[in-house]
Ligand binder design. Structure first.
Ligand code: NAI
Length: 302
């Protein structure tokens, strides 16, 4: 039997926790003993507007259930906002152990019609927002040699989706950020993982078609909460979670075609060997740059 997973003495920051998925993470962490900063700007799905209500309602829910939480209404999209979110945790609870970078907006448009202001807005919230919150949090975690990060990526970033170039680029960027934090955090017991959720929220209710009612945010919560726990020793991974399915997405590389070093192959030689170059029946999942260089090194050294 697995020991019950609790968060007594732990402090969690959940961005965008005033609704949707973030709300469920905040509630479950608090139910299991964490003290939680419920951050939410309280705007619309496209990122416009602001209201304190979203965060306040979730804090009330937590407190009514006997838990501990404080609200923060800053935007993750600015450096000052990120710093203020972490400062809220320090002021209320003295430290930060867990950060779930979850806040997000949508500005979908086909690429031909995409406006750079929509690119900026989406990158600012998802990708830069994660930097704004995670840099000050990482410094605290490094000092205390403990930390858990969860970054929210998306199938749109990992695999691509029509009309979401801005969002997909930001979401793929978060995987890169999580991977480097995992590597740099390793010796400080800081774990960093990414989750690609699928759930019916205000952001997706019109996009999920017939499956909408079968994919609840609460089904994503156990995986995210596990990754935030002391029990989780895993890092540098990406999980896909939705509708009762819990799986892993990974970035691998195949053996490829080794042309040798004697002569530079022709363009025709590349064309002729494309089958081997593209074949993914035999692959490795590198955990850092060196893992891939080692693969090449084995070939170079015969
Ligand atoms: P949601 O719209 O219910 O939640 C997002 C929350 O972030 C909102 O409460 C919003 O007010 C807040 N927020 C937006 N901009 C903010 C800012 N600048 N600062 C602070 N808070 C801000 O949508 P949902 O679905 O719960 O999204 C949560 C995360 O999951 C997002 O990052 C989203 O991109 C991601 N995601 C969701 C999927 C789904 O199927 N629901 C699929 C893939 C990714």
């Amino acid at each position: 039997m697995t020991e019950p997973i609790t968060f007594d003495g732990r402090v969690a920051v959940v961005t965008g926790a005033g609704g949707g998925l973030g709300r469920t993470y905040a509630l479950e962490l608090a139910r299991r003993g964490a003290r939680v900063v419920v951050n939410d700007l309280g705007g619309a799905v496209d990122g416009t507007g602001a209201s304190q209500k979203a965060a306040d309602v979730v804090v009330d829910e937590i407190v009514d259930a006997g838990g501990e939480a404080v609200a923060n209404y800053d935007s993750v999209a600015t450096e000052e906002g990120g710093a203020a979110i972490i400062q809220t945790a320090l002021d209320a609870f003295d430290t930060v152990d867990i950060v779930i970078n979850n806040a997000g907006i949508l500005r979908d448009r086909s690429f031909a019609k995409m406006d750079l202001s929509d690119v900026q807005a989406v990158i600012d919230v998802h990708l830069k927002g994660a930097f704004n919150v995670s840099i000050p949090a990482f410094r605290i975690m490094k000092e205390k040699s403990y930390g858990r990060f969860v970054f929210t990526t998306s199938a749109s970033g990992l695999f691509g989706n029509f009309g979401q170039a801005n969002y997909g680029a930001a979401k793929a960027g978060l995987v890169g950020l999580s991977n480097v934090i995992a590597i740099e955090g390793e010796k400080y017991n800081i774990k960093s993982n990414a989750v690609a959720p699928i759930a019916k929220t205000r952001m997706t209710e019109d996009l999920l078609g017939p499956f909408a009612d079968m994919v609840q945010p609460e089904q994503v919560t156990p995986m995210v909460v596990y990754l935030c726990s002391e029990a989780n020793e895993g890092t540098h991974e990406i999980f896909t979670v939705g509708g009762g399915r819990y799986g892993r997405v990974f970035i691998g590389t195949n053996q490829g075609w080794f042309a040798g070093t004697e002569e530079i192959p022709s363009v025709e030689a590349v064309s002729e060997n494309l089958g081997t170059i593209r074949d993914i029946s035999d692959y490795v999942v590198p955990l850092n740059n060196n893992d891939e260089i080692m693969l090449l090194g084995q070939m170079l050294s015969g």
